[in-house]
Structures are given as structure tokens and as C-alpha cells.
Design a protein around this ligand. Structure first.
Ligand SMILES: NC(=O)c1ccc[n+]([C@@H]2O[C@H](COP(=O)([O-])OP(=O)(O)OC[C@H]3O[C@@H](n4cnc5c(N)ncnc54)[C@H](OP(=O)(O)O)[C@@H]3O)[C@@H](O)[C@H]2O)c1
Length: 255
């Protein structure tokens, strides 16, 4: 059986990816901080889909833990990497301790860069493999620091996709809009300010993303409504995008 490694598979989008990959016949390597929860998810998935699940408890923002996960790409072939683990900050940049901002930069950017690097070298040698980097529609907006990190993920992944296409390795950025997961509860955001039609379901999102990967797309923006929003960002003046996209953020007001 081929093997896939998913970061952040204990909740939300990562959990949906773990289920989808198991359904597609992949054994799994599951990476997150909460070991007890990882083991529960692993047992659940093995029971439902009959695939093997390996658990790697790691805080990816800790260099030693990240190194352990990087080593996993050497110890046995990983055909699919899903760089998904992430978190948001409710407070604006200046109101957070700089260490909190650095942790977010590490998880959303540095970890994505390092794990992609560890994954693609053996994939290039084998001439096959895929990397999905979970980005965000926020990357097309000027919402906050998070937008900047996700803009990097999309740009990095699309560029790498073009470079690796001829080597048999697929790279895709997945840019979701608002998805029902634990993400907004963890950052204590008031979800009621987001209109209900903007919310996506994690399972549908992952199904569409998987189809886009199979079609060789470098960037996947699931759902018609978010495709329209992303298309509109190419024509709307940046100042207006900033005004609209900062609505609902703590400590800021649409001007
Ligand atoms: N939900 C949305 O509306 C939305 C929209 C666009 C993009 N995204 C992106 O989608 C990705 C997944 O988000 P989600 O909404 O599914 O979030 P979620 O439900 O909060 O799940 C986050 C996952 O990441 C893991 N994680 C968090 N910090 C970690 C760390 N330091 N080291 C290792 N694992 C860590 C968590 O497990 P532990 O706590 O056990 O570590 C959990 O499994 C993120 O990159 C996010 O930016 C989400």
C-alpha cells in the first residue's frame, strides 16, 4: 500500500484528508501534538478502512520534533504529503507577543517549506508523488499576517508545481474559504459575523481538492462561490479588498 503523511489530522480539514486518503487505499502517518487524540483517530480510521496508521506526536514548531518528522521521509516512501496543520490568531499583529507571531510563521511557512523539501527529494528520485499545501482564500486578500503567510504558501506551491511537473511530482496549493472545523473556536473568533453561505464542509472541500489534484491543477479553490471571490480579487482595487476583508477581525474596523 502507498503511504501518505498528513499534518494536523485530528480535526477539521486534516481529518477529512486522512479519511479521504484511507478511502483511496493509503496507509497513513499522522502528525499532530495531542498523542492520545492521534491514537484515537488512527484506531478509528484503521477500524473503518483497514489501512495502517502510524502516529507521530510532534509540535511542528519545535525544531527537534520537526526533525523527527523530516526523518520519516528517509525511513520509508511517502507518496503523498498533506501540509495542513495551522492556527489563526484573533488579536491583531501588534497585540500578540512576538513569540506567538513567530510560532504562526513557523507552522504556516517554515514547516511547509521544510516538510515539502524533505518530501520532494525522494519523490523526484522515484519519479512520482504529490504534495498538497493547505493555503487559504485569505492569501488573495489583505486580511492580516495570516493572509501574508497563506499568500506565500500559494505562490510557493504554484511555482514548485511548474518546476516539478516534468519530474512526475505534483504540487498543489489548496485555498479554502471558511470551513466548519475547530479553527475558529480555537482562536475564539465570533463565527456569527460570517454569513452562513460562506461556510464550506470539510469533506466536500477535500473531495473537490482531490479531484483537482488528479486533474493536475497547481491551485485548488473549491466551490463556485470562492472561485468567484478569487476571480473578483483580480479586478477590485486593493484598498477596497482590504476594507472588506478586515471586517470581523478583533481590534479593527472596516474604514
Ligand atoms: N477552517 C477554515 O476556515 C480554514 C480556511 C482556510 C484555510 N484553513 C487552513 O486549513 C488548515 C487546517 O485548519 P483546520 O480549520 O482544519 O483547523 P483545526 O480544525 O483547528 O485543526 C488543526 C490541526 O492542526 C494540528 N496542529 C495545530 N498546531 C500544531 C502544531 N504546532 N504541530 C502539529 N500539529 C498542529 C491540530 O492538532 P493538535 O492541536 O493536536 O496539534 C489539528 O489536528 C490550516 O492550515 C488552516 O490555516 C482553514
Amino acid at each position: 500500500m502507498p503511504t501518505a503523511l498528513v499534518t494536523g489530522p485530528t480535526a477539521g480539514i486534516g481529518r477529512a484528508f486522512a479519511e479521504k486518503l484511507a478511502l483511496e487505499g493509503y496507509d497513513l502517518v499522522l502528525v499532530a501534538r495531542d498523542e492520545a487524540r492521534l491514537k484515537e483517530v488512527a484506531a478509528d480510521i484503521t477500524r473503518q478502512h483497514g489501512v495502517e496508521c502510524e502516529v507521530l506526536a510532534a509540535d511542528l514548531t519545535e525544531p527537534d520534533a520537526l526533525a523527527r518528522v523530516e526523518q520519516r521521509f528517509q525511513s520509508g516512501p511517502i507518496e503523498v504529503l498533506v501540509n495542513n496543520a495551522g492556527f489563526g490568531n484573533k488579536k491583531p499583529f501588534w497585540a500578540n507577543p512576538v513569540e506567538v507571531e513567530e510560532k504562526q510563521l513557523d507552522l504556516l511557512v517554515r514547516v511547509v517549506l521544510r516538510l515539502t523539501h524533505a518530501a520532494v527529494l525522494p519523490m523526484i528520485e522515484r519519479g512520482s508523488g504529490a504534495v498538497i499545501n493547505v493555503s487559504s482564500v485569505s492569501g488573495y486578500l489583505q486580511r492580516n499576517v495570516y493572509s501574508a503567510h497563506k499568500a506565500w504558501v500559494t505562490s510557493f506551491s504554484a511555482g514548485l508545481a511548474a518546476e516539478l511537473h516534468s519530474k512526475g511530482v505534483a504540487v498543489m496549493a489548496l485555498a479554502p474559504g471558511f470551513v466548519h472545523t475547530e479553527f475558529h473556536d480555537r482562536m475564539e473568533m465570533d463565527k456569527s459575523v460570517i454569513p452562513s453561505f460562506l461556510w464550506l464542509n470539510a469533506e466536500d472541500l477535500v473531495d473537490e481538492a482531490w479531484q483537482d489534484l488528479m486533474r493536475g491543477k497547481p491551485v485548488s479553490v473549491p466551490s463556485r462561490r470562492y472561485k468567484l471571490i478569487v476571480a473578483a480579487t483580480r479586478f477590485i482595487p486593493r484598498t477596497l479588498i482590504t476594507r472588506v476583508s478586515t471586517i470581523g477581525l478583533d481590534g479593527r474596523r472596516s474604514r
